[in-house]
Write a protein that binds this ligand. Structure first.
Ligand code: NAP
Length: 327
C-alpha cells in the first residue's frame, strides 16, 4: 500500500478503525475471528490501527494488543484517553487531568502489550482542564518514552493552536466525509498551516455512504445509529438523496459507493488518512481499493455539488454527546 505522512508520522494511506470490533455496530464478533482479521489487514499493508481506551471499554485495546503483538514493530497503533469510568467500567464523562492521562496511558500500554504508544489522542477536550496542561502531560509522556506522537480529536482551532504551542500535534482525528464537511471551514486550513495531519473518522458516514443503509434498515440492539438523529427514519429517508448522487458517480466509474466516498477524502489533501471501520475481509479489500480510484476534476465537482445541494437532516450526535465537541 502507498503511504502518507501525518505530521512526521508515516502510515498506510488508509488505516483501519477497530471500534466496531468491540461496540457501536451491534453484537461483538468472535474474538478469534477479529484477531485473524486484524492480522490479515497487516498482510494487506495496513499499518495504522485505530483504537481507544473507551472502546469496549477496554475490550478493544486488549483485542488490538493481542492481535498485533507478533507484528508490533511493523504497525502504528493509535489510541485515545479522555474519558472517566466508574467502578463497573462504565463511562461517566470526560477527564483530562494530568494524573488521569498518566493512569490511562499505563492501562493502554498494558492492554496493548507494548512499551510505547505510537499516536496518543485526547479523545474529547475537557473544558475543566486548560489544554496547555494536557499537552504538557503528553509532552512528559513522550519524554519518558511511553508515547511517540500527540493527537487530538474533535478539538476546535483555538484549542489546537494552544496545544500545538506546548507539544506539536501530529494529527487531528475528527469526523469528515461527504456526509459532514464542516472541517473544511476552519479546521483544514489551520491544519495545513500548522503541518498537522488529519484522520477522518466515520469516513463512510457510519456505513451510510456505502449504499448498504436504506430507508428500511432497522438498527438493532447495540447499534449506535439507532440513537443518532441523522439516522432517524425521516432524516434518513431525506439523507439518502446524497447516496443516490454518489451512486451515479460510482456507477459511471465502475466502482462502489464506499470507494467513491473514501477516494473523495483521499483527494482532498495528501495529509489526510481515513480510517474506515469494518469487520469483514471483503469490505476491507473494497475499502483499501479506494486508494486506486482516481476521481477526475469533473467527478470531484459533481460530488461537491451533490454534497452541498443535499441538505443533511439531523445532528450527527444526540445532544449529550454533541456537548462534548469543542468549537
Ligand atoms: N475519535 C472519535 O471520536 C471517533 C468516533 C467514531 C469513530 N472513530 C474511529 O473511526 C473508525 C471508523 O468510524 P466508524 O466505524 O464510526 O464509521 P465508518 O468507518 O464510516 O463506517 C463503519 C460502518 O460501515 C460498515 N462498512 C465498512 N466498510 C463497508 C463497506 N465496504 N461496505 C458496506 N459497509 C461497510 C461497517 O460494517 P462492518 O463492520 O460490518 O463491515 C460499519 O457498520 C472507528 O472504527 C473508530 O476507530 C473515532
Amino acid at each position: 500500500m502507498d503511504t502518507r505522512t501525518l505530521g512526521r508520522l508515516q502510515v498506510s494511506s488508509l488505516g483501519l478503525g477497530c471500534m466496531g470490533m468491540s461496540q457501536s455496530f451491534g453484537a461483538r464478533p468472535p474474538r478469534d475471528e477479529m484477531i485473524t482479521f486484524l492480522r490479515d489487514a497487516v498482510e494487506r499493508g495496513v499499518t495504522l490501527f485505530d483504537t481507544a481506551e473507551v472502546y469496549g471499554p477496554f475490550h478493544n485495546e486488549e483485542l488490538v494488543g493481542e492481535a498485533l503483538e507478533p507484528v508490533r514493530d511493523d504497525v502504528v497503533i493509535a489510541t485515545k484517553f479522555g474519558f472517566a469510568f466508574d467502578d463497573q467500567g462504565r463511562q461517566t464523562g470526560v477527564t483530562s487531568r494530568p494524573e488521569s492521562i498518566r493512569a490511562a496511558v499505563d492501562g493502554s500500554l498494558r492492554r496493548l502489550r507494548t512499551e510505547t504508544i505510537d499516536l496518543l489522542y485526547q479523545h474529547r477536550v475537557d473544558p475543566d482542564v486548560p489544554i496547555e496542561e494536557v499537552a504538557g502531560a503528553v509532552k512528559e509522556l513522550i519524554e519518558a518514552g511511553k508515547v511517540k506522537h500527540f493527537g487530538m480529536s474533535e478539538a476546535g482551532v483555538a484549542t489546537i493552536r494552544r496545544a500545538h504551542a506546548v507539544q506539536p500535534v501530529t494529527a487531528l482525528q475528527s469526523e469528515y466525509s461527504l456526509f459532514w464537511r464542516e472541517p473544511e471551514d476552519a479546521i483544514l486550513p489551520a491544519l495545513d498551516e500548522l503541518g498537522i495531519g488529519f484522520v477522518p473518522f466515520s469516513p463512510l458516514g457510519r456505513g451510510f455512504l456505502t449504499g448498504q443503509v436504506t430507508a428500511a434498515t432497522e438498527f438493532g440492539e447495540g447499534d449506535i445509529r439507532a440513537t443518532l438523529p441523522r439516522f432517524e427514519r425521516e432524516a434518513l429517508a431525506a439523507n439518502l438523496a446524497l447516496v443516490d448522487l454518489v451512486t451515479k458517480v460510482a456507477d459511471r466509474k465502475g466502482v462502489t459507493v464506499g470507494q467513491v466516498a473514501l477516494a473523495w477524502l483521499l483527494a482532498q489533501e495528501p495529509w489526510i488518512v481515513p480510517i474506515p471501520g469494518t469487520r469483514r475481509l471483503e469490505r476491507l479489500d473494497e475499502n483499501l481499493g479506494s486508494a486506486a480510484v482516481e476521481l477526475t476534476a469533473d467527478d470531484l465537482a459533481e460530488l461537491d455539488v451533490a454534497s452541498t445541494t443535499v441538505e443533511v437532516h439531523g445532528e450527527r450526535y444526540p445532544e449529550a454527546m454533541q456537548k462534548m465537541i469543542d468549537r
